[in-house]
Design a protein around this ligand. Structure first.
Ligand code: DGT
Ligand code: CA
Ligand code: CA
Length: 575
């Protein structure tokens, strides 16, 4: 169990306790512990292995929670959570996935109206029952219906970070099995799609038994759903499912190509093969009965007259034509990233100090960063007003002077208010090295108002970049993007020299791949930033890079993949 998984267990305990109406201090203790553990730079398992007492000494943990962490580390589960899951129906907990529904509203619907799942909730909204409930009303009922539609649309998909973690863990375990030769993730995880339906893994092996036994008894596996000669399907902890396929070595490349997909890309490769008088399937490329390729993916693509196409591009978005013409992009890589331009400190809702964030960034080899705490509208995060922000910037100035190998920009993540004004006055923004303009509130406003707000930010001469532009959330608690004419926003950004962020947080990935490609086509420099709220927050950069690769971006398209001197020349103050 890693910190993320332990953190998720505590978070779920907190949610279920709150739905049950437990003491708010108790609920808060679990939530805080979840966050502390999730953000902790060292693994709980390592701390525990070194000295079990160390867990108790972490601030916000204490004896009681340390004992629970011990149980989780030793047994991979927490009996308390198992009990809570029995007491609170799964369908009730599902209501938390609806945008705007917290534990309080969920509890009211469950206890007052006896609503047990999303279908019952939909019916109760439509019949007016929900609107009639104290504290709800017409508007809330309508919002819940919209949220329900969005949940239904996004289905039970999981975010890439969770899926990739599970997939990597199992690939690593399979690699150690004697007699297993090649192992690879396939499917949407390999294509780095932002959300994942199920996991797909391929192996070649002398005999399939050992590989399947390894998977069947893996600690992350909850249940073996089916097992045949060459295919096994399992359910993992947390609900994801996975297909393992054992394939012959001479077909490995063909199977990897086939099961990596996408289905749409495969339709195009199959069509192309047919036009060449060939047949392509998961066993190989065939001329008549004779296999002419199949051992490697390179060989498969070569057999149909194409260079290797990176998995991230296999979505039938013109990659076959580009491959044919030899114009595939040389995709951005994680190692290209030089800077990170969106992060928080203890001045607002971060858990690390300015100095700790700078040190962690240096350790990761970053050459420049921007410290961008919240503006005052985000009162929940203790957002900064002009005075506090200026004091914060002073502090950054003093600290950054101590460093010669990293540039530290004095930044701000400034809210664009509901009435289409900026949360901080122009004279303050003018003093910043880096201004991220964002929408946090009023995301459900009508399109015209959202557009007016974005235009305010774009026309502001001090705004450097639009952060997490659409405001969407992926994963367990999905939130729809704000209504906007994206093309028009991007055109205006291009005209006014405003950059566009790919927020690398796996539950945001905002702007998405298609949006990033559209921005690139308009010549807008893309910035990929982590939005780190802790020193460990830098680790999500990879997910931003994956999204950029899916957009077909090269290093030259990404502002913070440039050397400091080049990046510096892109700053507004230097133009
Ligand atoms: P997911 O799991 O919904 O996130 O998406 P994928 O792409 O992983 O889809 P999945 O797991 O259903 O299948 C894995 C790959 O197998 C898929 O990307 C392409 C291939 N595949 C599956 N079914 C078909 C099919 O009916 N036709 C073709 N050509 N390929 C298929
Ligand atoms: Ca899949
Ligand atoms: Ca599958």
């Amino acid at each position: 169990m890693n910190n993320t998984e332990i953190s998720r267990i505590f978070e779920e305990v907190g949610d279920l306790l709150e739905i049950q109406g437990a003491n708010s201090f108790r609920v808060r203790a679990y939530r805080m512990a979840a966050r502390t553990i999730g953000d902790h730079p060292e693994q709980m398992a390592d701390l525990f292995a070194a000295n079990p007492r160390q867990l108790e000494e972490i601030s916000g943990i204490g004896k009681d929670l340390a004992a629970k962490i011990k149980t989780i580390l030793e047994t991979s589960e927490l009996p308390q959570l198992t009990e809570l899951r029995l007491e609170v129906p799964a369908g009730v907990a599902d209501m938390l996935r609806i945008d705007g529904m917290g534990p309080k509203k969920t509890a009211a619907l469950w206890k007052e109206l006896g609503i047990l799942d999303l279908d019952m909730l939909k019916a109760a909204c439509e019949s007016g029952q929900v609107a009639g409930l104290k504290g709800f009303g017409e508007k809330t009922a309508k919002k819940i219906l919209e949220g329900l539609a969005h949940v239904a649309e996004s289905g039970m998909r999981h975010d890439l970070a969770e899926a990739k973690f599970l997939s990597d863990s199992i690939v690593d375990a399979l690699q150690l099995v004697p007699g297993v030769h090649q192992v690879s993730a396939a499917g949407s995880v390999r294509r780095r799609k932002e959300t994942i339906g199920d996991l797909d893994v391929l192996v070649t092996a002398d005999d399939s038994t050992a590989a399947m036994d390894c998977l069947g008894t893996h600690p992350l596996v909850e249940k073996v759903l089916a097992r045949g000669e060459t295919k096994q399907r399992v359910r993992l902890r947390g609900g994801m499912e996975m297909d393992l396929r054992v394939v012959p070595a001479e077909s490995y490349g063909a199977a990897l190509q086939y099961f990596t997909g996408s289905k749409e890309h495969n339709i195009m490769t199959r069509r192309r093969a047919a036009e060449m008088g060939l047949k392509i399937n998961e066993y190989g490329v065939f001329r008549g009965e004779t296999s002419i390729a199949g051992r490697t993916e390179e060989e498969v693509y070569q057999a149909i007259g194409l260079p290797y196409i990176p998995p991230e591009l296999r979505e039938d978005r013109g990659e076959i034509q580009r491959a044919e013409k030899g114009t595939l992009p040389k995709l951005l890589e994680l190692a290209d990233m030089q800077g990170d331009l969106h992060m928080h400190t203890t001045a607002t809702d971060g858990t690390a100090s300015i100095r700790e964030m700078i040190d962690a960034a240096r350790q990761r080899g970053l050459k420049y960063i921007a410290i961008t705490d919240h503006s005052k509208r985000v009162s929940m995060a203790n957002g900064l007003d002009a005075d506090r922000l200026r004091a914060h910037w002073k502090e950054i100035e003093v600290i950054r002077a101590e460093y010669t190998d990293i540039q530290v920009l004095r930044g701000i993540e400034c809210d664009i208010l509901e009435d289409a004004t900026m949360d901080l006055p122009d004279d303050v923004l003018a003093e910043a090295d880096w201004v991220i303009a964002v929408l946090h509130y009023g995301l459900k406003q009508p399109k015209d108002q959202i557009m007016a707000r974005l235009m305010t930010a774009i026309r502001n001469p001090h705004v450097s970049v639009l952060g997490h532009l659409t405001g969407r959330y992926l994963g367990k608690r999905p939130r729809a993007p704000a209504a906007m004419d994206l093309k028009e926003v991007l055109k205006a950004a291009a005209d006014h020299g405003v950059m566009i962020e790919i927020n690398a947080h796996p539950s945001r990935l905002d702007i998405d791949d298609l949006g990033a490609a559209a921005a690139r086509d308009l010549g807008i420099p893309i910035v990929i930033s982590t939005d780190a709220h802790a020193t460990t927050g830098f680790d999500v950069m990879q997910f931003g890079v994956f999204q950029a690769r899916r957009a077909g971006l090269e290093a030259r398209h990404v502002a913070n993949a440039q050397e400091w001197t080049t990046f510096k020349s892109l700053l507004r103050s230097n133009r």
